[in-house]
Ligand binder design. Structure first.
Ligand code: SME
Length: 156
């Protein structure tokens, strides 16, 4: 695949549609999970210009910071804590239009205003989460959920 990411599209849906085959091609050539998480975070971040885009991996009884793009972040998150820990505990994508209204939100950065967290499942088990933060309110909706859930399924 080409080393350059070129994603065009007027709408969010068009940009996800253009991104999917590129992610598939990158991930399909590489069996290493960390390498793939790193590239997926970079590709999403570059395409949409989010504030923070990255993964946390389940390690024993915590979520441990994994590959990401953006400012430094909290290293360990307990089950049920914040948006990430809630997505892990419930096994469901969490869409938060306004992080100030989410009880227990962990503010790694005060610039973060809205957030989506998608569980990453392998062989029926949650092995991590994809966390995306936006510096604007109400950035994420069902379109993001649908495409991001497809994208995390591509990880090995
Ligand atoms: N805000 C998240 C913590 C992770 S950072 O935003 C990167 C949460 O409440 O789970």
């Amino acid at each position: 695949m080409s080393e350059q990411l070129v994603i065009q599209g007027e709408t969010k849906q068009e940009r996800y549609e253009a991104l999917l085959p590129q992610i598939k091609s990158v991930v399909g050539e590489e069996p290493d999970l960390i390498a793939n998480m790193a590239n997926v975070a970079a590709m999403l971040h570059e395409t949409f210009g989010f504030w923070w885009t990255g993964f946390y991996r389940v390690r024993d009884d915590v979520l441990l910071l994994g590959p990401f793009q953006g400012p430094m972040a909290c290293t360990r998150i307990k089950k049920g804590r914040g948006v990430c820990g809630t997505a892990w505990q419930k096994g469901e994508t969490q869409i938060v239009p306004d992080v100030d209204q989410f009880p227990g939100h962990i503010a790694c950065s005060s610039a973060s205003r809205s957030e989506i967290v998608v569980p990453v499942t392998m062989e029926g088990e949650i092995i991590g989460v994809l966390d995306i933060d936006s510096a604007e309110l109400d950035t994420f909706d069902e379109t993001d959920r649908r495409y991001l859930e497809q994208i995390v399924k591509m990880l090995p």
